[in-house]
Ligand binder design. Structure first.
Ligand code: DLL
Length: 444
């Protein structure tokens, strides 16, 4: 087992907190001096930067929201002159302007460091071939992991996302040991590899993130790829990938790089800080960022955090999987539904593939949730084929059984009756290399 930075990742928590408090004090001073947006809020609230010298004071500080970044688009929140910025990234907003983030040379150094930590957490070994199938470009996934992997000592294949046939060829030819991509793209690649019936022999590790996924999806991907699949989390505003990563030893929550990112979990409505173990909105305060330092940035991601010791020996706090987002919770006839609950209920069911879509409509003033699920090609090649050959009726009956079983599971998981429509193998949208949208809400 390898820990990238033992003195920092295994620091006694009191020492860590002392370091965080010092860094926080410096950060607040810097943003007060250099970012008019923060100076104005702190002045309005009568907060003197010199008074923030303890982690307990964190709660006095203002939150930052995505809208603040958008209002100051593109460079209004920078704490350094643009001439000191050496890289820009942006996260693709679904509509309108995207969120622009910037890095100094020092920020890039920290970023490579935290991504290297994540690779060690994932169980990568220096010298392995690293196929980086996160998209290169304005998205932080590609370049973030790229420099982390170089720092770590992997043989980097900067293939970027998409072009599945080439991904597979390179994976085989170069002997990839570690693959990084979105979980939905790992599913696309698994389908393609199975169709050619040649899983890459050297592959040991999948590093999956940038979109939500579930334990059920981990089981599915690990058994199909015959590798370890670990979760990596991050967001552009805070740095990109590298905010946290599961350790392969425990796979029980993602270790947060707390010497750089100070985490809190808040109740998204009351904005009060929640205790360990309770699910709420993750907020991060950057402790070392130079170009774009952010105070209490509200991520919109819902998760819990624990500081219980981990079996791997690291002392950093761990965050749970993202169970949903403050903006992706669907309210169906008054019942709260997260897309992750649908995935957890569906993935791994016999005769269904893991591909699915969720469509919400309003019919005669009533919300309807439809889950589109794909019947596996194995079903039609095997059980289904026999049934249909014996008597078409039998085949159709078997499909009805599958549909009923899924309806029951979804009803149990969501406490809501939903409609289910089975789709032919290969018919639902696939990730073509990036994040996949699984939910369409047609109500508005
Ligand atoms: O997705 C950074 C990243 C790249 C993370 C590669 C991991 C790997 P953004 O495009 O700014 O940055 O999107 C950030 O994606 O607020 C979450 O909602 C979601 N997200 C990222 N990682 C995970 C994860 C990158 N492991 C937004 N599980 C975040 C669930 C995730 N959601």
């Amino acid at each position: 087992m390898m820990i990238w930075s033992p003195p920092l990742e295994c620091l006694p928590r009191l020492d860590l907190q002392r370091m965080q408090a010092e860094r926080l004090a410096g950060m607040v001073r810097r943003v007060y001096e250099r970012v008019p947006f923060y100076r104005a809020i702190l002045d309005r609230r009568g907060i003197k930067p010199s008074a923030i010298n303890d982690l307990a004071h964190l709660q006095e500080l203002p939150f930052t929201q995505k809208s603040d970044l958008l209002h100051h688009y593109p460079f209004g929140l920078l704490a350094v002159p643009l001439s000191q910025v050496v890289r820009i990234h942006a996260s693709s907003g679904t509509t309108g302007k995207s969120t622009v983030v910037a890095y100094t040379r020092g920020d890039l150094d920290v970023w490579a460091e935290v991504c290297a930590r994540c690779l060690a957490l994932s169980g990568a070994k220096p010298g392995q071939v690293f196929q980086n199938a996160y998209a290169y470009g304005l998205f932080t996934g590609g370049l973030g992991m790229h420099y982390g992997a170089e720092r770590f000592g992997l043989v980097v294949v900067p293939v970027s996302g998409g072009n599945t046939a080439r991904q597979i060829m390179l994976m085989q030819d170069f002997g990839a040991g570690v693959l990084a991509c979105t979980p939905s793209y790992a599913l696309t690649l698994a389908d393609a590899l199975e169709a050619r019936s040649n899983m890459p022999e050297m592959l040991r590790t999948l590093i999956l993130g940038a979109e939500p996924w579930t334990e059920a999806m981990r089981q599915e991907l690990e058994s199909r790829w015959k590798v370890q699949a670990v979760n990596i989390y991050g967001l552009s505003e805070i740095i990109g990938p590298g905010v946290s990563n599961e350790c392969v030893e425990a796979k029980d929550g993602s270790h947060i790089c707390e010497d750089h990112f100070l985490v809190e979990v808040i109740d998204p409505k009351s904005e009060t800080v929640l205790p360990d173990g309770e699910v709420g909105e993750l907020t991060f305060t950057t402790l070392t960022k130079e170009a774009l330092p952010l105070l209490r940035y509200r991520t919109g991601d819902l998760a819990s955090v624990t500081t219980e010791p981990c079996q791997c020996g690291r002392t950093t706090a761990r965050m749970s999987r993202i169970v949903g987002r403050t903006d992706d919770m669907l309210i169906i006839r008054g019942v709260n539904v997260f897309p992750s609950q649908v995935e957890a209920a569906l993935v791994g069911m016999q005769h269904l593939s893991a591909h699915h879509q969720i469509v919400v409509t309003r019919v005669h003033h009533r919300d309807e949730l439809e889950v589109r699920a794909e019947v596996s090609s194995a079903f039609f090649a095997d059980v289904g084929a026999k049934l249909f050959a014996d008597h078409a009726n039998q085949g159709v009956k078997a499909l009805h059984h599958i549909e009923d079983a899924l309806k029951r599971r979804l009803h149990d998981a969501l406490g809501l009756s939903v409609s289910v429509s089975l789709q032919p193998p290969g018919s639902l949208p696939r990730s073509e290399g990036g994040k996949l949208r699984r939910v369409t809400d047609e109500r508005s």
